[in-house]
Every structure is written in structure tokens, then in C-alpha cells.
Design a protein around this ligand. Structure first.
Ligand SMILES: *Cc1c(COP(=O)(O)O)cnc(C)c1O
Length: 397
């Protein structure tokens, strides 16, 4: 195998295409797909050396694999991280990044506005193992500050949040975490690596569901954790080798091909979302529109400071509650009803009855998830087709 050297001197678009490539003796153009569980050794001595960590190379695909390694290396170069470990799903990445460094008696502070499964991990799972969690309004820095205890080890947040697209102050929250001796873990799925780099904003660990924009074409699940070498060596390396939340090499290959077009897709989807938001902003059937990147976004100044672009997602509230929202969803022809996001196909979600149905009505109200709220994930269709589709559907609201 020959390594294509570091692409860090190049711009992100170039890193997405070339970063981390390992080329075999056949000189293939596209990244090789190594569907192998294990590896054979030239000698017993080489095998011994590899297990001792003295001979570089692969041992077993639960640990790593050339295709998986290429995916991790490309993400490392894109994100500006020192190291990474990929996982079978985004939730495996979130769970591992949070759970692996902690033990009973530790304390976690997290923003309330989380993806449903992330909320389960911090609110229901951690306490079963003696790890307490405090949930805060992520927008309120005082609440983060007041939640810190001597045993606080991890802060966790998503920004922009799902589904209400609030933008949290990553540098401000990182500072509070570090003063309190805690690390900040950021789920960067909604921002994508194209529009936001949490490590450069002060976060210690970044996690992705690669299922979303990184694949972006509805094919496979995957996840990744990016951080310093030290964090991975101390907390993740052994935990992941022995517990095995590993990514499939096949999915790693799909995700590598996804990365090649990530920049182009996220930009085009963001343009579509922005155009749709512009039309919805003044639509008579809509009582609320949220789009990061617009001057009327509640944290517009923060968006400018910490993000390089807006979002591929638009949130809006249809007047008339659930019945009206359902009529709109059912009348859409192009945009498909789905709980997924970041796809080439436009997808719409009704969070109150799907991703956030587990919450009490009061908890939903507190997060701004009303019965009329719709999350729209803009795809790669022509913007005018999307706008016409939403406009005809809103006539039924
Ligand atoms: C989808 C999602 C996840 C979970 O990812 P999976 O790949 O579905 O396991 C975690 N966080 C956020 C913000 C997500 O959107």
C-alpha cells in the first residue's frame, strides 16, 4: 500500500477528494474496497510484532481495515483533528464518545435540545450506570455555568439543534467546560463539516452520524468520532477494540465516495433551503420560520461568528396545528415524508409525532416543537420545483 501524502495544505474541497487515500500495488483510481475480516502474516515473528504494536499494519477488522482507515483519514484531514475512530452508526459514535471516558460517580451536562436517541443516552442510559446528567437550556450560558460540579466530566450539545435550528455558542460553552475541568463533545450533524468546525471553536470531541450528509444518498449507516490523539488513546482505543461498534468496510467505502461530493451537495442543498426559507418567510399560512443564515434567525450574530454557511434544513410552523401540518405533508408530491435528513431527496418530518413523540407535550413545548412544526431537509432538486411543491401543499393547510 502506498500513502497519498497529507492534503492538509489544500483547501477542504481538495481534501474531500484526495485525503487519506491508500493505494494498493494495482494503482486503482478509486479507493479499494477491502471486504476482509482478517489479515495473514509473513511469519510468526511478524504476527507477534504486530500484536505488540511494533509492526504497523492491520490485525482484525473489528480494530481497523484499509478502507475504514481511508475514511477516518479523510475525515481527520477535513475536520483538522489529530485522530478519529469510525462506528457502525451515528448513535454508536455518540454513545461511545460519551460513555467510554466516564465511570460511576461522574456527571454530565447536556443541552435539552437533542436528537431523540441522544437524549435517551444522556437522560435514561447514563443514570443506570451511576452517571448523573443535568439538562440545561443550551442557549443560556448561565445555566451551563450553574450546572458545573466538581465531578462534571463532559458537556454535550448539538448545534444547530434538532429540529428547531437554534445555534448554541460553542466557544462560550467550551470555555465554561474547560474552566470546570470538563470536555466538550459536539454532535455536528446539522452543521456538517462544510459549515462548522467545532474543534477550531474550542470543542474537544466532534461526532457525526455519517448516515446523514456524509452518505447523503440514503444508502448506509455510519458514524465517526474525531478528537486529539490523547483522547482516543486514553479513552476510546481499547474500549472500541473490545466492545466492537465497528463500521463495515463496505459502508466505509460508500461513505468515502460520499465525501468526494459532500461539499458540492451541501452547498447546493443549502442554496435550496435558503431559497425555500425566503419564500416561506412571508407566507400567510406560516406562523414561524427558522433558518440559520437569515438576518431574522434568533442567533443570527452567532451564526456569522461560528458558521461558514447556513443549513440544508428549514424549520417552519404551519398555522392550524397538527391537522394542518399533516395536510401539508400529505399534499407534498416531491418532498417525501421521512425521519431522515441530509439526503439528495428532499425529506419532511413532523417532529412532534415522530422524532420527539417520546417527550411529554410540556417538554416539546419548552423546546418550541409545536404541533404545527415541520422540519424540511432540502435535497438536490431544482429550487423552483421545491418551492412550487411546498406552495401547492400549503394551499391545503
Ligand atoms: C441521525 C442523528 C444521529 C444518529 O445517527 P444514526 O446514524 O442514525 O445512528 C445523532 N445525532 C444527530 C443530530 C442526528 O441527526
Amino acid at each position: 500500500m502506498s500513502e497519498v501524502g497529507s492534503t492538509k495544505r489544500y483547501r477542504p474541497e481538495t481534501r474531500l477528494v484526495h485525503g487519506g487515500t491508500l493505494r494498493s500495488q494495482f494503482g486503482e483510481t478509486s479507493e479499494g474496497l477491502f471486504l476482509t475480516q482478517g489479515y495473514v502474516y509473513d511469519s510468526a515473528e511478524q504476527c507477534e510484532a504486530r500484536f505488540k504494536g511494533e509492526d504497523p499494519g492491520f490485525i482484525y477488522s473489528r480494530y481497523s481495515n484499509p478502507t475504514i482507515s481511508m475514511f477516518e483519514r479523510r475525515m481527520i484531514e477535513l475536520e483538522g483533528a489529530e485522530a478519529a475512530r469510525s462506528t457502525a452508526t451515528g448513535m454508536a459514535a455518540v454513545t461511545t464518545a460519551i460513555l467510554a471516558p466516564l465511570r460511576a460517580g461522574d456527571h454530565v451536562v447536556a443541552s435539552k435540545a437533542l436528537f431523540g436517541s441522544c437524549l435517551y443516552v444522556v437522560q435514561d442510559l447514563l443514570p443506570r450506570y451511576g452517571i448523573e446528567t443535568t439538562l440545561v437550556d443550551g442557549l443560556d450560558l448561565d445555566q451551563w455555568q450553574r450546572a458545573v460540579r466538581p465531578n462534571t466530566k463532559t458537556f454535550f450539545l448539538e448545534s444547530p439543534t434538532n429540529p428547531t435550528l437554534d445555534v448554541l455558542d460553542i466557544p462560550g460553552i467550551a470555555e465554561i467546560a474547560h474552566k470546570g475541568g470538563a470536555r466538550l463533545v459536539v454532535d455536528n450533524v446539522f452543521a456538517t463539516p462544510i459549515w462548522q468546525s467545532p474543534l477550531s471553536l474550542g470543542a474537544d470531541v466532534v461526532v457525526y452520524s455519517a448516515t446523514k450528509h456524509i452518505d447523503g444518498q440514503g444508502r448506509c449507516l455510519g458514524g465517526i468520532i474525531l478528537s486529539s490523539e490523547a483522547f482516543i488513546a486514553e479513552h476510546l482505543h481499547n474500549f472500541m477494540r473490545q466492545t466492537g461498534p465497528s463500521l463495515s468496510p463496505f459502508n466505509a467505502w460508500v461513505l468515502l465516495k460520499g465525501l468526494e461530493t459532500l461539499g458540492v451537495r451541501v452547498r447546493a442543498q443549502t442554496d435550496n433551503a435558503a431559497k425555500l426559507a425566503e419564500v416561506l418567510a412571508s407566507h400567510p399560512k406560516i406562523s414561524r420560520l427558522i433558518y440559520p443564515g437569515r438576518a431574522d434567525h434568533p442567533q443570527a450574530a452567532l451564526v456569522k461568528k461560528q458558521m461558514r454557511g447556513g443549513s440544508t434544513l428549514v424549520g417552519f410552523e404551519v398555522k392550524g396545528g397538527k391537522a394542518a401540518a399533516f395536510r401539508v405533508l400529505n399534499a407534498l408530491r416531491l418532498a417525501k415524508i421521512s425521519n431522515n435528513l441530509g439526503d439528495a431527496k428532499s425529506l419532511v418530518t413532523h417532529p412532534a409525532t415522530t422524532t420527539h413523540q417520546r417527550l411529554t407535550p410540556e417538554a416539546r413545548a419548552e423546546l418550541g416543537i409545536s404541533e404545527g412544526f415541520i422540519r424540511f431537509s432540502a435535497g438536490l432538486e431544482h429550487a423552483d420545483d421545491l418551492i412550487e411543491d411546498v406552495a401547492q401543499a400549503l394551499e391545503r393547510a
